[in-house]
Design a protein around this ligand. Structure first.
Ligand SMILES: [Zn+2]
Length: 381
């Protein structure tokens, strides 16, 4: 999903810049990418990590590390616009990856391992941001592979199928695995592979009518069962809306854009962070954003804002419960108002971090009690 999404974003950006239609922009980008940088074999995606074990995670992390090592000299390419940031991020990603391999091979696949994998992925994304044109386009795959590693690590930690890594429910006992194919106006994308239960849950998440259609890919009987269970879950959800419990339950996606949106956090921080070493810098050189802390705080803030209007949002399931007296259209307005408050909220986060820059020690790391310390981590590079 991530890879396709990032590619589409690059394609849409080119469309906006050049006015080319979608198909032309996609072809030109792909041509540029292969002309200027013949790609080495990419790190495989999805299929090789269907039901990951700790060994799979370690092996996959090693592949990704190997890949990042070959990326390092690309700092010298013209497509690398910020070589220093690029190298720094690649090194930080590799340090996190080595740490992850150590933990996983020692049998520790816990929250710390997930955190290391997340840090790795964020740094790969930071490295990609330091590039333009073909190198940027090619690194989309690295970013996708890194986020697959995050999902895989969490799946091992939770003891679940890959698709169900973030779900609050257990896997179905059936060992069969399917993935969903989501068709939209631009073509189709496949989800991670997962069990019957989690594929059906994913089905309800996408099935909002309109231009999206769904297909289950896998053994025929299982694919049919997923479609059936998906429809059943959806019907239950609709029924829950008309019961006289005094509340209406729906999903955040029914009310508007996602509140738990990593792009929102990433772009919000990156657009404001300033330049390392310059007076406008929010971070010191050895510091990184603690994306997990920022996301957790943002979600808690959003949930609290929603609660003031009687709207209960469960971040884990993205389920939203409304008092039956509150029209869905009004809840959607509240939802949008909370999202509109994001800019002001994240500005306060960055301002606090900026306030603490002057308190950094000679090793360029602020003390724990300095302003902004709760929003940052330290580079392990
Ligand atoms: Zn599952």
């Amino acid at each position: 999903m991530t890879e396709n999404k990032a590619r589409k974003k690059a394609i849409r950006e080119r469309m906006a810049k050049t006015g080319e239609p979608y198909s032309v922009a996609r072809r030109r980008l792909a041509e540029q990418a292969t002309e200027s940088a013949p790609e080495r074999t990419p790190v495989p995606l999805q299929d090789d990590l269907a039901d990951p074990t700790g060994e799979d995670i370690a092996a996959y992390a090693r592949l990704l590390l190997e890949r990042l090592r070959t990326r390092r000299p690309e700092a010298a390419r013209p497509d690398c616009r910020h070589p220093w940031e690029f190298t720094r991020a690649i090194d930080a990603a590799m340090a996190a990856g080595l740490d992850l391999v150590d933990q996983v091979t020692a049998g520790n696949v816990g929250p710390q391992a997930v955190k290391r994998a997340t840090h790795l992925a964020e740094q790969v994304q930071t490295a990609q941001r330091a590039t333009v044109n073909a190198l940027n386009f090619n690194m989309v795959h690295d970013v996708a592979a890194a986020y697959l590693l995050v999902r895989g690590t969490r799946a091992v930690q939770q003891g679940r199928c890959l698709l169900g890594q973030a779900a609050p429910t257990d896997c179905s006992p059936d060992p069969g695995r399917v993935r969903l194919r989501i068709h939209d106006a631009f073509g189709h994308e496949d989800t991670d592979s997962g069990c019957l239960q989690h594929a059906a849950e994913e089905w309800t998440r996408w099935d909002h009518g309109g231009e999206v259609t769904l297909e289950a890919i896998g053994p025929a009987t299982l694919a049919a069962a997923v479609a059936e269970l998906g429809e059943q879950l959806r019907a239950e959800r609709t029924r829950a809306d008309d019961t006289s419990t005094g509340t209406v339950t729906l999903y955040g996606t029914d009310l508007g854009d996602s509140i738990e949106d990593q792009d929102l956090i990433n772009n919000g921080l990156w657009n404001r962070e300033g330049t390392y070493g310059q007076p406008d810098a929010a971070l010191c050189e050895e510091e990184n954003w603690d994306y997990v802390a920022v996301m957790n705080a943002w979600c808690a803030h959003a949930a609290a804002q929603l609660a003031r209007d009687g709207i209960v949002w469960d971040r884990n399931t993205d389920k939203v419960t409304l008092p039956a007296t509150l029209p869905v259209s009004e809840a959607a307005l509240t939802w949008q108002r909370v999202l509109d408050g994001f800019d002001a909220w994240i500005t306060r986060v960055v301002d606090e971090v900026r306030d603490g820059v002057g308190r950094a020690e000679p090793d360029d790391i602020r003390p724990d009690d300095a302003p902004g310390a709760r929003w940052i981590t330290y580079s392990t590079a």
